[in-house]
Design a protein. Structure first.
Length: 225
């Protein structure tokens, strides 16, 4: 099959799943920002996206996209290393034209995965999963009280630091991944080559700042209250 047997096909799968995950992150970030303006409205969104059938279908679809993205990421990395063979040890200095993020996408991806595991443990496990199994006391609060979980989690300086480190890794991963996806789609002519880099940087920055703003605001709220 072309999507798995050719290098271009594998890159297309990586790009399509990556862009789909970026769109989800955009929605998730926008949802989180609601908590800064109205915690009741945020909890209403959490209730709407609880263990309802449409939310569960979306969760399964997102999980599939994520697994496919990870599998293809490791696959492409291993194939690229195998293709370079001993040549990757031939020089000790990397070309200046090669971005740091592109050289460390696998490591950045692993940090992002670890951050997701932490995020699932702090939020998804205590909220949607708690509703799925019918245990509304699995966490410290009710499964739809998302604002309380945000406040509780980011009152801890340890979690604040861990999440901010995660977001930095996510920023590097997104800036290269977004731009690389546009290249794979063929939208990289002379005019748009540098433009996509700028768009990738701006988009990833706004996305990560949106997530980070919620973390920082709730941390300082915990110090004041």
């Amino acid at each position: 099959m072309w999507l798995s047997n050719s290098s271009i096909g594998r890159k297309v799968v990586m790009s399509v799943t990556g862009v789909a995950l970026i769109l989800f992150l955009t929605f998730h970030m926008s949802m989180n920002l609601v908590a800064l303006f109205s915690e009741d409205a945020y909890n209403m969104v959490c209730e709407f996206l609880g263990a309802n059938w449409y939310a569960l279908v979306a969760t399964v679809a997102l999980a599939a996209l994520f697994v496919i993205h990870i599998i293809y990421a490791f696959w492409l990395t291993m194939l690229n290393r195998k293709a370079r063979g001993s040549e990757r040890y031939a020089v000790s200095e990397k070309p200046k034209t090669v971005e740091w993020a592109s050289q460390n996408m696998l490591v950045l991806g692993l940090v992002v995965i670890l951050g997701l595991v932490l995020h699932f443990a702090n939020f998804w496990y205590k909220m949607q999963f708690a509703e799925i199994i019918g245990d509304h006391y699995l966490g410290e609060f009710g499964p739809t009280d998302g604002a309380a979980y945000i406040a509780y989690t980011f009152a801890s300086p340890v979690y604040v630091i861990l999440y901010l480190v995660w977001l930095v890794a996510l920023w590097f991963h997104l800036t290269h991944g977004f731009w690389s996806a546009m290249q794979t789609f063929g939208w990289n002519n002379k005019i748009w080559f540098e433009r996509w880099k700028v768009i990738s940087n701006v988009y990833a920055t706004l996305l990560v700042l949106g997530f980070a703003l919620v973390v920082v605001v709730y941390f300082f709220k915990s110090l004041c209250c």
